[in-house]
Ligand binder design. Structure first.
Ligand code: ADP
Length: 627
């Protein structure tokens, strides 16, 4: 069912616009032809009567073609009364009034030149009229074909313009129709299909209660929820939650993109808003989902706004007017999604508009575990995977990232001709996501010595992280991906928002351990530690300057001290103490690495043999059991 087709207003408007443009083009074409004809008529009026007589009906002469030699003979015999020349064509009338035509070219170039120069003299001597004319010597059918060619030529010139206008009109219409197809959607998703997002679900359940029985809300005079703003990073389930809300209430779901309201045609954006709400009312109960609502959500100050911005303001106003116009029983709720909440106009957040704000956030480790479980369940995956470890390793991934990661793992398995998705494929896909690329071509230029250095570097990170308990070492790889030559995954034991001082000191030591391992194994270091040193320096300065872990500043946080009070001496003391902190972390990690040198060597050798280690073999070497 497509009830929206009953609201044809905007479509007619678009058709009128397109028809108008086509009419304009046709009128321009007609104008061009008329101008050309007028110029021809004016030129005609300037000619002498003899020429006009020839030009009026040249067919009479053209109907009797004669050889050039025949014309020459008549000329010599003084039989001519009037001669008209048009390039190589000669029309002539003899003294008996007979009319002939002749192509001078037929008598050869020499003869023709001579003839043309003689004609002037002879016309005076013999007393025949000589004139130059401009006629169309083609037959009627030739003329028609050539006229068509001309029109085609003009049209070809106009074609790019016609094409652009056509495309614009097409996309404009398609944009409108596109929204219509989405109207049919009746999602069968429920809140239980959305993993995590408990806070958001709780808020949306209240909206669901209203949608299921708006009369009850109206009866007690409660204000109906009209607009919900979903704020959160991309891929955290905003669209999914809105669909689940529609699914829970058996409501229709219309989805549009905030930017789709902007239009090149003045007024079209406002019509789209009107059309959207007309459809929503007809399809009630209905959820209108506006993705990236910040695309229309910011108004610009009135008098400075240029054309496009004024149109933008009008679109926002129209949206608000439509929302204000809901009656208490009208069962339509608008959900706007954004990850730039600050870009939403204040007026949009007033009561009765988007007055309910719901945040979505990145999933926690248990939620990621459930997400991997869900999406691995949708592909053919090996049983017995350590999903908890995968979840710990995938810190910072959104639910959409998890879904993509599993998809990519399945694609890897299919490419390799495997019959199911293995844990190794999931990690391979995870690394591609986290390190920003597939195994890079750098691999082919790495020498065995450099590979050895990378193996010791990564083993150093892993061993110190394990011994100082900076986290759980999940996996080490020395395959270069994206900008990284190797990688060690260390997951925090928990995802608590607070970090203890000891944990941070261990992390500092872990960051410096790659460089230290290189020093121990080779007696020198490389540029491979630059990123580690950068991150360790950032952490050390924060620990001294902001977290209150230093002695010089005590409880003073540099973040709270006015800039003008932070002179060079203060900066120097801060950097000195941060450096001392780094040096003590370095000493700590050297102690660990020297003490556990055998484990460091074993780990590096295993890595050189296997490129990637995880799970039980990794744990065994880290804890000093035989590899
Ligand atoms: P957003 O609208 O926040 O950008 P989406 O709702 O479009 O994110 O999510 C994209 C995809 O990610 C969904 O189609 C779904 O496959 C997956 N997804 C997102 N959030 C969740 C969740 N909480 N539970 C399960 N899958 C999710």
């Amino acid at each position: 069912m497509d009830s929206a087709s009953k609201t044809p207003g905007p479509n007619i408007r678009y058709k009128l616009i397109v028809a108008g443009i086509i009419a304009l083009l046709a009128a321009s074409l007609l104008g061009l032809v008329m101008l050309q004809e007028r110029a021809a008529t004016e030129a005609q009026a300037r000619k002498n009567p003899t020429a006009q007589a020839f030009e009026k009906a040249p067919e009479a002469w053209l109907a009797n073609p004669r050889e050039a030699s025949e014309f020459e003979r008549a000329l010599t015999a003084r039989e001519l009364a009037a001669v008209a020349v048009d390039g190589q064509l000669v029309l002539y009338t003899d003294r008996q009034g007979r009319q002939f035509s002749s192509h001078l070219i037929n008598c050869g170039p020499g003869c023709r030149n001579e003839l043309v120069s003689r004609l002037g003299e002879l016309s005076v001597k013999q007393g025949f009229a000589l004139t130059s004319i401009d006629i169309d010597a083609r037959t009627a059918s030739q003329r028609l074909t050539q006229s068509l060619d001309k029109v085609a030529g003009v049209l070809a010139g106009l074609l790019p313009i016609l094409l652009i206008v056509g495309l614009l009109a097409y996309f404009q219409l398609r944009g409108t129709l596109g929204q219509r197809t989405k109207l049919a959607e009746k999602p069968d998703i429920r809140f239980d299909d959305v993993i995590g997002a408990e806070e958001a679900k709780k808020a949306l359940r209240r909206v669901a209660a209203f949608m299921k029985d708006p009369a009850q809300y109206a009866a007690v005079g409660a204000q109906a929820p009209r607009g919900v703003l979903l704020d959160g990073p991309p891929g955290t389930g905003k669209t999914l939650l809105a669909k689940a809300l529609a699914g829970e209430c058996g409501a229709s779901f219309i989805s549009v993109d905030g930017s789709s309201f902007s239009s090149m045609f003045y007024g079209a954006g406002i019509n789209k808003v009107k059309e959207l709400f007309a459809r929503a009312r007809q399809a009630a109960p209905c959820i209108v989902f506006i993705d990236e609502i910040d695309g229309i959500g910011r108004r610009s100050s009135g008098k400075d706004a240029h054309g496009g911005e004024q149109e933008q303001n009008r679109i926002i106003n129209r949206l608000l007017v439509e929302m204000d116009g809901f009656s208490s029983l009208e069962n339509v709720v608008v959900i706007g999604a954004t990850n730039h909440i600050d870009n939403i106009d204040e007026a949009m957040r007033r009561p009765g508009r988007f007055d309910l704000m719901v945040r979505t956030s990145l999933p926690t480790a248990p939620e990621r575990e459930a997400l991997f479980g869900l999406y691995l369940g949708k592909v053919k995956a090996d049983s017995g995977m350590d999903i908890a470890s995968i979840a710990r390793t995938s810190v910072g991934m959104s639910p959409a990232d998890v879904a993509n990661c599993v998809n990519r793992a399945a694609a890897y398995a299919a490419e390799a001709g495997e019959t199911s998705v293995s844990e190794e494929r999931v990690y391979q896909s995870l690394e591609t996501h986290q390190l920003g690329g597939e195994v890079s071509s750098t691999k082919s230029v790495i020498t065995p010595e450099t590979l050895r250095r990378i193996a010791f570097h990564e083993s150093g990170h892993a061993l110190v992280a394990h011994v100082l308990n900076a986290g759980t070492v999940e996996r080490i790889s020395i395959e270069p991906r994206g900008p990284a030559l190797g990688v060690t995954y260390v997951a925090r034991h928990n995802e608590e928002p607070l970090h203890g001082e000891q944990e941070l000191r261990s992390r500092l030591a872990m960051m410096l351990a790659g460089r230290e391992a290189e020093l121990i194994a080779f007696g020198n270091t490389s540029s491979g530690a630059s990123d580690d040193l950068k991150r360790a320096s950032e952490l050390a300065t924060s620990m001294i300057g902001s977290y209150g872990f230093g002695k010089t500043f005590g409880l003073l946080s540099m973040a709270g001290v006015p800039r003008e009070l932070i002179g060079p001496d203060v900066q120097k003391s801060l950097l000195d103490e941060a450096r001392q902190l780094l040096e003590s972390a370095q000493a700590e990690c050297r102690r660990v690495l020297e003490e556990k040198r055998d484990r460091l060597d074993n780990l590096a050798e295993l890595l050189l043999g296997q490129e990637t280690i995880s799970g039980a073999p990794l744990k065994r070497v880290l804890s000093g059991e035989a590899a």
